[in-house]
Design a protein. Structure first.
Length: 609
C-alpha cells in the first residue's frame, strides 16, 4: 500500500483505507466518495473541499496545549490568540474560525483598512483584535471607532510616526482610545523561508532608542496606561525551535525593562505567528523539528524564568499563528485530463502484413518479457528503437512503423518497471526518472498554489484511489495555463510516482493538501483562471453533508471584474454571430444558445472531467 507520506504531514487528519484516502473522523468517508457527490451536483473543474472540523481541531489543540503548559509551569498570565486575516480572508474560513473560536474568546488580526473593517464586523465584542502593519490617520481613527464600539482592540505601532497619529486622533476627538502595542525590532532572527521577518533589518518594529523615545511620548501625552502590549514576529513558518527561544529571551528582557521604566499598563507579550506546518512527504525533507507541546512549553518556561528573575508579574501571552489554524482544512481536488504518453498504449498498435525485422523483434521481446530477461530485453528494445529512428530518417521505414516501435518500447519499459518494482535496479530507477509521465491537471498552479510557483514550496499530493496498486510512473504535473512555469516538476529528491491509467476508461483525481493558508488569498488570475469551485463538508454520524457549494466565477463575471462591460461583450458577440451565415435559422439559434451557455459557465475546462 502506498501512503504518500501521510504519516508525516497528515497529522492523523487523513488515513489510507482499502486503497482510498479517507477523512480520519466519524464514519471515515473517502475523498473520492465526497468528490463524486460534489460532481453529481453539476460542478466541473477543480474543487476546494473544506473540512471545518479540522479548524476546530487546531483551535482546540492550540488552547489546550497552552493551558496545559501554563498549569504545569505555575505560570500566572493568561493565553490569548488572534487569527491573522491575511492568511485566509474567505468567508467560509473566517466564519468557521469565529464559530469554533467563540468558546475561547479567539479574535482576529488585521493588517489593512479592509481587514480592519472585516475584523470590526466579525469579531465578537470582548474578543481581542490586533492591528498590525503601516497605518495612516484614517486607519488609526477606525481603531478608535472600534474601541468606542466596545472592541478589545490593540493598535500595534510600527514606527514613531504612528504614535504621533494616535496622539493626534486622541486630541481631536472624543472617541475611546484603544490599547496601544509596540512592535519591537529584535536582534534575533527566525528560520525558514520567512526568516527576514526578524532581525535588525526587518521591515517592522522600533529599535531600543525608538522604544525609549516612544515611552517619553506616551508619558508626555498621558497615554502610558494605554500601552499594554509588546509584539514581535520572527517568521511565518518557524522550522527550528532554537531561534524562537532566543527571541523570547530578548523580548522578555525588553518587557521587564519597560515595566521597570514605568509602563504600568503593559501586561502582554504578543509572540506573533509562525507555528510551522509540515508539508514534506518524506522524512529527509521534514521542515520542523518541534511539536506543539514543545513549542508551548518553551514559550511558558522561558518567559516565566525571565519574569521571576526580574521581579515582574508574568505577562499575558498572545499568538497570531494563522497557518497552523487553517492550512489543513482545505484540500484541492483536481481531475487529470490527459497523460501525454496515452498514445503509447497497446491498443494503438497497427501492424501490417509485412513489418520491418526490427519491429518483429520488438514484438517478440514484448511477448516473451519476464523477470529473468527483462533487463536484457529492455536494453535490446532501446537499441532497436535508436536503429529504427535512423532508418526512419533515411526513409526506409514508415511513420506507422515508427509509431509501432515507440509504443512497443514504451510497453517493454513499463512492463519491466512493473516486474522489478519490488527490487528496482539503479539503471531502472534512472530510466524511470528519465521517461517521466506528464499528467495534465484541470487547475492553475498560479491560482491555487502560488507559493509553489513563487517560492517552490511543496504541497503534499496524492491520488484519491488506487493506493493498494503499484504506482510506477515518475510524474510531472502540468496545469492548464498557457505558461511553461505552470508545472510541478518531478524531483528525484522528493519523488512523486503516480499510476498508469487509461483515462478513456476511468477518471483519476489528485488531491493537494495543506493549501488552506495563504494560497487562496495570494492566488492570481493568470490566464483569467479564478478561484476554483468550493464546498464545505460536514461530517455526520451517518456520513457527510455538502454545505456552501460555490461554483467558480463564470466567464462574463471574470471579464466584468477586470473592468470590461459584460453586457456589452455579450451583445457584441451575439450580434457578430447573428450576422454570420448559417444554413438554417435552427442552426443559428442553436449556436447562439451554446454561446450564451458557455459564457455563463466557469472558465475551467469542461471535458468528461
Amino acid at each position: 500500500m502506498i501512503d504518500y507520506g501521510i504519516e508525516i504531514w497528515g497529522d492523523d487528519d487523513f488515513i489510507v483505507k482499502e486503497g482510498l484516502v479517507c477523512i480520519n473522523a466519524k464514519t471515515q468517508p473517502s475523498l473520492l466518495e465526497i468528490t463524486q457527490e460534489v460532481r453529481n451536483s453539476g460542478l466541473r473543474g477543480p474543487i476546494i473541499l473544506r473540512f471545518p472540523h479540522l479548524i476546530n481541531k487546531q483551535i482546540e489543540n492550540l488552547y489546550n496545549n497552552f493551558t496545559r503548559a501554563i498549569d504545569e509551569n505555575g505560570y500566572r498570565g493568561s493565553f490569548n490568540a488572534v487569527f491573522p486575516l491575511k492568511v485566509n480572508q474567505y468567508p467560509q474560513a473566517v466564519n468557521t474560525i469565529i464559530q469554533y473560536g467563540a468558546p475561547y474568546n479567539y479574535g482576529l488580526e488585521a493588517g489593512s483598512k479592509a481587514e480592519l473593517i472585516l475584523a470590526m464586523a466579525q469579531t465578537p465584542i470582548g474578543a481581542p483584535i490586533t492591528v498590525n502593519g503601516f497605518k495612516d490617520t484614517e486607519m488609526t481613527t477606525l481603531c478608535f471607532m472600534a474601541a468606542h464600539m466596545g472592541h478589545n482592540i490593540t493598535v500595534t505601532l510600527e514606527g514613531i510616526g504612528e504614535l504621533e497619529s494616535i496622539i493626534e486622533v486622541a486630541n481631536s476627538s472624543n472617541l475611546t482610545v484603544p490599547h496601544i502595542g509596540i512592535r519591537i525590532r529584535l536582534h534575533s532572527t527566525g528560520s525558514g523561508a520567512w526568516a527576514k521577518s526578524g532581525g535588525m533589518d526587518a521591515k517592522f518594529g522600533l529599535t531600543a532608542t525608538e522604544l525609549i523615545a516612544a515611552m517619553h511620548l506616551l508619558k508626555e501625552h498621558q497615554l502610558i496606561q494605554n500601552f499594554s502590549m509588546i509584539h514581535f514576529h520572527i517568521g511565518s513558518q518557524m522550522e527550528d525551535i532554537a531561534p524562537l527561544k532566543k527571541a523570547l529571551r530578548e523580548a522578555g528582557n525588553i518587557y521587564a525593562e519597560l515595566k521597570h521604566m514605568g509602563a504600568d499598563g503593559l501586561k502582554a507579550i504578543n509572540i506573533g505567528g509562525g507555528l510551522a506546518v509540515e508539508y514534506a512527504q518524506n522524512k529527509q525533507q521534514s521542515l520542523k523539528n518541534y511539536s506543539l507541546a514543545e513549542f508551548t512549553n518553551d514559550v511558558i518556561y522561558v518567559l516565566r524564568e525571565i519574569m521571576n528573575a526580574k521581579g515582574v508579574d508574568h505577562p499575558n501571552i498572545f499568538t497570531e499563528s494563522g497557518r497552523f489554524i487553517v492550512a489543513s482544512h482545505a484540500v484541492l481536488i483536481t481531475p487529470v485530463l490527459e497523460l501525454f504518453s496515452q498514445d503509447h498504449q497497446e491498443k494503438s498498435l497497427n501492424f501490417s502484413q509485412h513489418n520491418p525485422p526490427l519491429i518483429e523483434e520488438l514484438r517478440e521481446l514484448n511477448t516473451l518479457l519476464n523477470r529473468d530477461n527483462c533487463i536484457e530485453y529492455m536494453h535490446d528494445a532501446l537499441d532497436h528503437l535508436e536503429s529504427l529512428f535512423t532508418l526512419f530518417d533515411l526513409g526506409y521505414v514508415t511513420l506507422q512503423d515508427r509509431s509501432n516501435a515507440e509504443i512497443l518500447v514504451h510497453q517493454i519499459i513499463k512492463k519491466s518497471l512493473h516486474i522489478m518494482r519490488g527490487s528496482p535496479t539503479m539503471e531502472l530507477t534512472r530510466l524511470q526518472e528519465r521517461l517521466q509521465e506528464r499528467y495534465l491537471i484541470n487547475s492553475s498552479i498560479f491560482q491555487s498554489m502560488p507559493d509553489y510557483w513563487g517560492l517552490q514550496q511543496h504541497f503534499p499530493v496524492m491520488p484519491l484511489n488506487k493506493l493498494n496498486e503499484p504506482a510506477i510512473r515518475a510524474a510531472s504535473l502540468w496545469d492548464i495555463t498557457c505558461d511553461s512555469d505552470g508545472e510541478i516538476k518531478f524531483n528525484p529528491n522528493a519523488p512523486l510516482y503516480l499510476h498508469d491509467v487509461d483515462l478513456d476508461e476511468e477518471e483519476y483525481f489528485l488531491a493537494f493538501f495543506n493549501i488552506g493558508a495563504y494560497q487562496e488569498t495570494l492566488g492570481m488570475n493568470h490566464n483569467l483562471f479564478t478561484h476554483p469551485n468550493e464546498c464545505s463538508i460536514e461530517l455526520t454520524k451517518d456520513g457527510f453533508v455538502l454545505r456552501d457549494i460555490i461554483e467558480s466565477q463564470n466567464i462574463l463575471d471574470i471579464l466584468d471584474d477586470i473592468g470590461y462591460d459584460k453586457r456589452q461583450i455579450l451583445i457584441q458577440l451575439k450580434n457578430n454571430l447573428a450576422s454570420s451565415l448559417f444554413s438554417t435559422e435552427e442552426e443559428k439559434s442553436d449556436t447562439l444558445q451554446k454561446l450564451e451557455l458557455y459564457l455563463y459557465q466557469n472558465g475551467y475546462l469542461r471535458t468528461t472531467n
